[in-house]
Design a binder for this molecule. Sequence first.
Ligand SMILES: NCCCN[C@H]1CC[C@H](N)CC1
Length: 291
Amino acid sequence: RGGKAVYFNNPMWPGEAHSLKVEKILFKDNSDFQEVLVFESATYGKVLVLDGIVQLTEKDECAYQEMIAHLPLCSISSPKNVLVVGGGDGGVLREISRHSSVEVIDICEIDKMVIDVSKKFFPELAVGFEDPRVQLHIGDAAEFLRKSPEGKYDAIIVDSSDPVGPALALVEKPFFETLARALKPGGILCNMAESMWLHTHLIEDMISICRQTFKSVHYAWSSVPTYPSGVIGFVLCSTEGPAVDFKNPINPIEKLEGAMTHKRELKFYNSDMHRAAFALPTFLRREVASL
Ligand SMILES: NCCCN[C@H]1CC[C@H](N)CC1
């Protein structure tokens, strides 16, 4: 048995590598944008890897997908129009579909191979595409947003891979400006925002760019064991002032009819985890506050 370990040595986390025991390679091919790999691991279920970087595992995907979706959606009283940038595995769509107030779920994913591979190997995530409210757009999100009407979305979720490939443009200032333009007043942006242990400069840059474009900017984080350093952060922004209280869900998931069990029961997110996600270690609080 003893499959070989898969190392994710990457300039995004120099000097360290994370390895998982590989039982069986299930898929490996190059799309127009990146290498797509799926393998059966010994202890984390099936794993999706893009250009050598773990995107999700069956065991811990719940933490990331649930937090990145419900942190924004439970901060808005009745979200209707939602946009997902990236998210081609469908996991975030599965989570958004728990909110019955939502009427339209646009998703803009640049790499069709990610969608096809998820439908084949990760049905628990790709189930998100079955929701009739989902409108799938394959292409570049900046292009998609330029064509979108102003002020269309209550929430935009940027479920991206690391800014070292197709997702590089998603952390630059012009992109944040197109995101702000696409949000309704009081709308919320939730961006994947790397690791507080490894990427404080990238987080600082992201927050300072967001502070130039949005009125309120907060950082939240969660545990995801198979992401580098075992944590992942989220930057939440609103075009309104401090009026938006991110830290207390005004639309608590526990009160949403059927939300906890829709499609698949919630495994990670709840209103306590929502509040806890905004508690920051002192070194980060200092950095975020000082920006
Ligand atoms: N939709 C799956 C998660 C994509 N998010 C990223 C994957 C790679 C990580 N280093 C950072 C989060």
